[in-house]
Design a protein around this ligand. Structure first.
Ligand SMILES: Nc1ncnc2c1ncn2[C@@H]1O[C@H](COP(=O)(O)OP(=O)(O)OP(=O)(O)O)[C@@H](O)[C@H]1O
Length: 301
């Protein structure tokens, strides 16, 4: 098929006119080197993700700017979660998944050999759709990561060795629960089982657990989709606050939510294509792509 390229200057999409006269839109090659408000902390190049023979992410290149909220939106099955998981190698846990391309974080490719995955996931943490606290006390949920990583020494062995850091742990538990906007609700019952908290409180606890190991990036996969409107509003406020200190990447089905909380929005459409990526206001008010306009105005999806 003969194709004539009609890319106009300044346009992000490229119109392809086929011999049949149909005009279809092709996505930009790369959404990197973008002039967002801050430096890129993650830089994705030519990312393809397969499950067996099925390709779930198709040639995605994009930069993610630091200390801001990047929303990933698109219809069900378009690859948002797969893309999110590829940013801290969570897809490694899925047997059939295969990743090609690079994801640069702090100047090096997270997919190169020898990367310490525990350290990587400490720096790039994740919060899942359903709150998943451990069936332990509220305090232990927060302290678990720092204890495991040896940042805090607690327990009998530490006491015998004279290295018990109770005060440091108390300070860390309070600080992270405050950051997660949960402290006031749980400060008098830190020893209670976390499973006794409401869904929204459990999700904020999971965010505190993620913050306790001092991440730089927080990946969130539909963090409010299992919550009621009040709990959702609290999570949304929290996400905006967190972006003052952390880079947040959030998958959401909820377009109003993306519009409310994010600085930039990436729109994925069927087949794992990144169709458009821009300032959130631009995506919702004046997108370049007709397909994106149809999607954000609810014509499909
Ligand atoms: N573990 C897996 N094994 C095989 N295929 C998978 C797996 N996870 C996702 N897929 C497939 O990859 C594609 C993208 O799925 P993904 O969950 O990333 O999309 P999504 O946009 O996050 O969807 P949703 O909004 O419904 O959560 C889909 O076709 C899905 O069926």
């Amino acid at each position: 098929m003969t194709e004539t390229t009609m890319a106009s200057e300044g346009s992000t999409g490229t119109e392809i006119e086929t011999t049949s006269g149909e005009s279809t839109e092709r996505t930009r090659e790369a959404w990197t080197d973008y002039e967002f408000g801050s430096e890129a902390v993650l830089s994705v190049e030519d990312l393809n993700v397969y499950y067996g023979d099925e390709r779930a992410i198709k040639d995605v290149s994009m930069d993610i700017p630091e200390k801001s909220v990047t929303a990933l939106i698109g219809p069900s099955g378009c690859g948002k979660s797969t893309f999110l998981r590829s940013l801290n190698r969570m897809n490694d846990r899925i047997k059939s998944a295969r990743v090609e391309g690079t994801v640069e974080f702090d100047g090096s490719d997270i997919y190169q050999e020898g990367v310490d995955l525990v350290e990587l996931r400490k720096r790039i943490g994740m919060v899942f759709q359903s709150p998943n606290p451990f069936p332990k006390s509220i305090r232990e949920n927060v302290a678990y990561g720092p204890r495991k990583h040896g940042d805090i020494n607690r327990g009998l062995a530490a006491r015998l060795l004279g290295r018990d850091e109770k005060d440091a742990e108390d300070e860390l538990v309070e600080r992270t629960l405050r950051q997660a906007a949960l402290w006031d609700e749980v400060k008098d019952r830190l020893a209670d089982n976390a499973l006794g908290l409401s869904g929204g409180q459990q999700q904020r606890l999971c965010i505190a657990r993620c913050l306790a190991v001092d991440p730089e990036v927080i990946l969130m996969d539909e963090p409010a989709s299992a919550l009621d409107p009040i709990a959702t509003a609290k999570i949304e406020d929290l996400i905006e606050e967190l972006a003052e200190d952390y880079t947040v990447v959030v998958v959401t089905h909820n377009m109003q939510q993306a519009a409310r909380i994010s600085d930039q929005t990436a729109v994925f459409l069927t087949g794992g294509e990144l169709v458009e990526y821009d300032d959130t206001e631009k995506i919702f008010e004046n997108p370049e792509s007709q397909r994106v306009e149809d999607y954000v105005t609810g014509k499909f999806g």
